[in-house]
Design a protein around this ligand. Structure first.
Ligand code: SF4
Length: 454
């Protein structure tokens, strides 16, 4: 171990994959800090390394294993003699096989075991105790102006292409009191945007008799966030989760941003059925039209998948047309990947790789043309932004912020060349130019309340 005998051991966390993993890493960080560990700045001063892995796609699994092996190689090359703890989705998915395959790893921690991280780290470092301590106080430790908050884990939908239900287990809502405490703690730490996530946020509460609906939870969280002037954003809703009660919440709650992320994957009724999903072009279009009609300024984000087994050339074109027709603001595009253990991996008529890439590129072209146009359409608006940091690489340094219609890490940023502000501050800016998904803003002399969103 590094340093003097009295100095606390230090840990390094490497996070791969999605926002949900970031949340899990924050949680493990908070538990380790609370138990007296220090966070290392890099591998050089770490006593133990945690890799929080992703296994959503076969490529993500390979990347996670490569990152682990790279770290193990660095240890072998003498950078440091530190144990490696592999956490998250790869151990959840391949648990039993891993100890034999990866002898370089000292311990494996599945997603549902991560609250016991202190005990595991104590164990691999041979420290006294060997069990989790102090899980009562701080729920998360984050840096930055926005933070993801998981309201549920797991998924019951079993879309035929997706391994998540096998990795993360059945849908489980978190207790509302625990979510409220976490949100309060984050706002007290200076966070100014709370991004609520889960595999399927719209059905929040349906698995527990005494837990409110998502709309009711949002009302409770709005009452907490509003006094801080903070924003609430919800990601990963499914079409069936859009109830009247939820649409009313989007219309009425001051801190809830009029921004909806509904990953449709496809629009063709036949393809959706093969995906074990429901819907058809007419019902999906009607839903998005309703959202735009009933929630002024509603921003729409979705996810689309190219090359699902059996997808015909006509169905691929139908999806392109549908995206353009609805006019989504932001679209994330995935190429179908046959995931081990899923039904879709065994389906006949797999689309050849080169054709899948061609369809993916066509969807990306549609996504970019929609996204660039939606971004440019904001030029001329006066909007609220949250200042996320300073970019020191340009001269003079400029502020980097995001507007209410830009989800952190996903939808681009606003560059503000002039003016001073502290990180986390909410500014009102005039948007004067755009480039792809980026915007340029100039601070207004005084905020104009009637133009504020959220
Ligand atoms: S809704 Fe479908 S795609 Fe999303 S996590 Fe659940 S099974 Fe996977």
């Amino acid at each position: 171990m590094s340093g003097a005998a009295s100095e606390a051991p230090s840990f390094l966390i490497v996070t791969l994959g999605c926002a949900k993993n970031e949340v899990d890493s924050d949680r493990m960080r908070a538990l380790l800090l609370e138990a007296g560990y220090r966070e290392a700045e890099g591998v050089e001063d770490a006593d133990v390394a945690l890799i929080n892995t992703c296994s959503f796609l076969a490529s993500a699994t390979s990347e996670s294993i490569e990152a682990t092996l790279e770290l193990a190689q660095a240890v072998e090359d003498g950078v440091r003699d530190l144990p490696i703890v592999m956490c998250g989705c790869v151990p959840s998915r391949y648990g039993d096989e891993l100890p034999g395959e990866l002898p370089e790893v000292a311990a494996f921690v599945r997603t549902d075991e991560e609250d016991g991280i202190v005990g595991v780290v104590d164990g691999v470092l041979g420290r006294e105790g060997g069990e989790a301590r102090g899980a009562s106080g701080v729920l998360r430790t984050v840096e930055g102006t926005s933070a993801y908050v998981k309201i549920s884990d797991g998924c019951d939908r079993f879309c035929s292409f997706c391994a998540i239900p096998y990795i993360r287990g059945r849908y489980a809502s978190r207790r509302p009191e625990e979510i409220e405490a976490e949100v309060r703690g984050l706002l007290d730490q200076g966070v100014r945007e709370i991004v609520l996530i889960g595999q399927d946020t719209g059905i929040y509460g349906q698995d527990l008799a005494d837990v409110p609906t998502l709309a009711a939870l949002l009302r409770r969280l709005d009452a907490i966030a509003a006094p801080y002037g903070a924003w609430l954003r919800v990601l990963y809703l499914q079409p069936e989760g859009m109830t009247d009660e939820l649409i009313a919440a989007f219309r009425e709650l001051p801190s809830l941003l009029p921004y909806i992320d509904i990953p449709i994957q496809h629009c063709s009724e036949r393809v959706l059925k093969a995906m074990n999903r429901s819907g058809d072009p007419e019902s999906l279009k009607a839903l998005f039209e309703r959202l735009r009609r009933e929630v002024p300024g509603m921003v729409l984000r979705t996810t689309a998948m190219a090359g699902f087994p059996g997808e015909t050339v006509e169905e691929a074109a139908e999806l392109e047309e549908f995206l353009a027709d609805v006019g989504f603001d932001y679209v994330t595009v995935f190429a179908f990947s046959p995931e081990e253990g899923t039904r879709a991996a065994e389906l006949p008529d797999q689309v050849p790789e080169d054709e899948k890439l061609r369809r993916t590129q066509r969807l990306v072209d549609v996504a970019e043309s929609l996204g660039f146009a939606a971004t440019a359409a904001h030029v001329g608006e006066r909007v609220d932004v949250i200042v996320d940091g300073v970019d020191p690489d340009v001269e003079p340094p400029e502020l980097i912020a995001h507007a209410w219609f830009q989800a952190p890490d996903s939808d681009g940023v606003v560059h503000i060349a002039e003016g001073e502000a502290t990180v986390g501050e909410r500014l009102t800016v005039d948007l004067v130019d755009s480039f792809c998904y980026e915007l340029v803003g100039e601070p207004t002399v005084s905020p104009s309340p009637e133009t504020e969103e959220g």
